[in-house]
Design a protein around this ligand. Structure first.
Ligand code: MTE
Ligand code: MO
Length: 529
């Protein structure tokens, strides 16, 4: 029903006003969305999506308890969720602006501004757009250049054009017509913008190096597991790089330009120096090491755990070559994404702490830290800085990224054991999983696991796979007679060499990593024989 078709003018004016407000809000939202689409299309030209930089800026500036709360609630989806929130915020603000600007513009006193604004909507929006866009491009690290100018134009043109094409509220008849126009603009706009994004992606921006995940020159010999532990859904003894979990604080991993990259060793040292990539991968003192990594945010039984065969150089060798000062306390590793981690000198001196450049028989994948990352066996993954570019020897205690956010500084991986698989073998059933942790020095290895298949009523001794490497997880299995049943309430707990049993007490990941026994219902095929 059209507002003017009714008899009672006042009521209908109210309805008409409401519809006007909704249209203005929608108009504003569409203009805001067009700007976001423009920013996205221009991203490859300036090296990043501006709103991601906003989200990262919020994370970097927010107090530790807040980002920690977000991570508690959302896990490591916190950053993508924040990007989504920033996008929603921009669209919301644009919708509000759509209503307010026209409101203010219609007030008596501002009549002339109103006319001016209305006549030059495109120009006004373009001006606001430039003012909002330029700082974002600087925030993603772009420098003034032709590409920068083109990028600004690409970001600002869509909202300006959309604003001009949005029909004035007065001239719009019917909700459908308005929505159709808005929808049409969205479709007509996204196609060329998507095309531009792809084109710019091809033209500019840092290309991932050809040396990412290229076969290593030296041959490596990853250990192989015992095939008795390869049944059902059991994880491989050594996780393939493609299957290894990934945890980043930022949405996109930094793409490191190898030409410009070097590994700088400096700080409280006699002779600071830099290593080029070739110096690192060709390093004579390279060693291989199979290491399990688990994220401190992993819940009991979670998937953020994996084991890889790494090649690298001992951190102690790299630091010694620079001549660390007497009073050196920490070594701080700095990464290309702004991440940093500190480890005390006595850990640095361990021979199993590596700067790794190889994973499996290849150089690192971008997401696992190409060109180089730190490995600190036995500690949680947060200690293992990826995309490392600087090793700073420090005379003072350093507050690192996660510490500032309320996580444990030492981050020694707790003793843990997880249920992973179950399979029928005739009248018998085999269940299995992995156990890890409490491996501070590699000497206090796990002694065994105890397994319950009745929800913790009775316990049995499981069988541990012989250790494939000092810092690798141990796979476990337990086989038992079960000719008739198909469902089992499996619980596992690890036992350490000193006789202590993994704690039953359930705690969440923060601050020192989750604890508690893992319990899982395992289903197997019915017995056919
Ligand atoms: N530079 C940098 N290093 C980082 C991170 C990061 O976000 N940036 N995440 C850390 C965390 S929390 C973990 S668990 C491990 C994960 O390593 P992966 O992604 O190779 O499994 O990397 C660590 N190193
Ligand atoms: Mo982590």
């Amino acid at each position: 029903m059209k507002p003017d078709a009714s008899e009672d003018g006042t009521v209908d004016r109210g309805a008409a006003d409401r519809e006007t407000v909704v249209r203005r809000a929608l108009g504003g939202a569409v203009v805001g969305a067009a700007w976001i689409a423009g920013l996205f299309a221009a991203a490859p030209l300036v090296g990043g999506f501006g709103l991601e930089a906003v989200a990262e800026g919020i994370i970097a500036r927010s107090p530790g308890w807040l980002s920690t709360l977000a991570i508690d609630l959302l896990g490591f989806a916190a950053t993508p969720a924040l990007v989504a929130a920033v996008i929603a915020g921009v669209i919301g603000a644009a919708a509000a602006a759509g209503v307010l600007v026209t409101r203010v513009a219609e007030g008596e006193e501002t009549r002339s501004i109103a006319e001016a604004l209305r006549a030059r909507t495109g120009t006004a929006i373009a001006t606001v757009g430039v003012v909002a866009t330029v700082p974002l491009f600087y925030a993603v690290g772009a420098e003034l250049s032709l590409a920068f100018v083109v990028a600004v134009a690409v970001a600002v043109a869509p909202p300006a054009l959309v604003a001009r094409r949005l029909p004035g509220v007065e001239r719009l008849r019917g909700r459908r017509g308005f929505l159709r126009r808005v929808g049409g603009l969205a479709v007509a706009g996204s196609v060329p913008l998507a095309g531009l994004r792809v084109l710019f992606g091809r033209l500019g921006g840092p290309e991932p190096s050809e040396r990412v995940a290229e076969p290593l020159e030296r041959s490596v010999s990853p250990p192989s597991g015992n095939s008795a532990f390869d049944f059902g859904g059991m994880p491989a003894a050594v996780t393939s790089p493609a299957d290894h979990y990934v945890v980043d604080v930022n949405v996109n991993p930094p793409v490191v330009d190898l030409e410009a990259w070097s590994l700088d060793v400096d700080g409280a040292v006699a002779e600071p120096y830099s290593l080029a990539y070739d110096d690192l991968v060709g390093h004579e003192e390279s060693v291989e090491q199979t290491t399990t990594m688990v994220c401190i945010s992993n819940e009991v039984g979670g998937d953020l755990i994996g084991t890889a065969h790494w090649t690298g150089v001992q951190l102690s060798d790299l630091v010694a070559a620079a001549g660390p000062a007497e009073g050196a306390v920490d070594v701080v590793t700095h990464a290309a994404d702004g991440y940093s981690e500190a480890i005390p000198m006595e850990i640095v001196e361990r021979d199993d702490v590596l700067i790794a450049y190889g994973m499996g028989d290849r150089t690192l994948e971008t997401e696992h830290g190409f060109p180089a990352r730190l490995l600190v066996p036995g500690r949680y993954g947060m200690k293992m800085t990826k995309w490392i570019e600087r090793i700073e020897v420090s005379g003072a205690d350093h507050e690192a990224y996660w510490e500032e956010r309320g996580w444990d500084e030492e981050a020694v991986a707790n003793t843990m054991s997880y249920v992973r698989a179950g399979v029928r073998e005739g009248d018998r059933v085999v269940v299995g999983g992995v156990a890890f942790g409490g491996l501070e020095t590699g000497l206090e290895e796990l002694a065994g696991v105890e397994v319950s298949v009745d929800g913790g009523e009775t316990w049995n001794e499981g069988e541990l796979e012989p250790q494939v490497a000092p810092h690798a997880w141990r796979r476990w299995r337990y086989a038992f007679d079960a000719p008739d049943r198909t469902e089992f309430d499996v619980v596992v707990r690890a036992v350490r060499r000193d006789g202590t049993v993994q704690t039953e007490e359930r705690t969440g990941p923060r601050p020192g990593g989750s604890t508690g026994w893992h319990r899982m219902t395992v289903e197997v095929e019915p017995n056919s024989g």
